[in-house]
Unconditional design. Structure first.
Length: 266
């Protein structure tokens, strides 16, 4: 697997960080800034990777007319045969609160050399179909099938189903992080976990859900996911832990720093 693709489709889990729990208003979510440490949690035979070290920086903000996500991975991969690769990935999005408009900007580098860069926007019509336009690396458009979600809207729908007691949810999501930018996500939602009222971090002293998501390419008839993500999601939109399983190895993200951000004056 090309290393620059490892932190791809960032929004697949980043959008989980803006989920809405139950019948609460968007103002009750907690805009926040978080830093996570990244490490190699597991390696399997033939992985070719002997170590991972890095940080992930995440900011979610309410900007009145929508939500913005800014996320950056800085990772060093140590090869089993010797050598090292430094991967830097940045991703920024804006999504309207009605889930109909979306803009995206992704840049990936390995050892200072740009591997991928995608910029553009997408929109959905009343019938659920849509269109995405890439401006970088080239100017082109693509149709989005009916039922496509953008990241935050997908997360809101997933959590609505979790609150309703459903345990499975499969849908298409467009996030602009690859040439096609469209992924099929299959989610398994676990039973809610009781709030830890004596949690060291007050923002984590609330109910949470374990969520497992598998990411599949839409244009390939393949039963094996590109990768899988397991997270613990709190009902204020914060994630404190995440495992990213790429098949040959697993990267673990653990919350290191957390800061609540002031809501906007709309």
């Amino acid at each position: 697997m090309r290393l620059s693709r490892l932190p791809c489709r960032l929004s697949g889990w980043a959008a989980l960080a803006v989920m809405l729990a139950g019948p609460v208003a968007a103002a009750e979510l907690v805009p926040h800034r978080a830093t996570y440490t990244l490490e190699l949690a597991q390696q399997r035979v033939g992985a070719g990777i002997s170590g991972v070290d890095g940080k992930m920086f995440f900011v979610w903000e309410d900007v009145c007319d929508g939500w913005t996500i800014e996320q950056r991975y800085q990772m060093s991969f140590i090869y089993a045969q010797g050598g090292e690769a430094d991967v830097d990935t940045s991703y920024a999005t804006w999504e309207s609160k009605d889930g109909r408009q979306f803009t995206f900007n992704l840049r990936r580098e390995t050892n200072g050399i740009i591997d991928d860069e995608y910029r553009g926007a997408a929109s959905l019509a009343d019938d659920g179909t849509g269109r995405a336009r890439y401006r970088v690396p080239d100017d082109r458009t693509m149709d989005l099938p009916a039922g496509t979600f953008f990241p935050t809207a997908h997360s809101l729908e997933l959590l609505r189903r979790a609150v309703g007691g459903e345990t499975f949810f499969t849908a298409l999501m467009f996030d602009g992080t690859e040439e096609q930018g469209l992924t099929e996500l299959s989610a398994v939602i676990g039973q809610p976990l009781a709030a830890d009222e004596v949690a060291a971090e007050p923002l984590l002293a609330t109910i949470s859900w374990p969520v497992e998501m598998a990411f599949f390419e839409t244009e390939v008839l393949e039963s094996t996911p590109i990768y899988e993500i397991s997270v613990r999601l709190f009902d204020n939109g914060i994630i404190d832990a995440m495992d990213i399983d790429y098949g040959d190895f697993v990267i673990r993200a653990t919350l290191e720093e957390l800061e609540a951000l002031d809501p906007p004056d709309c």
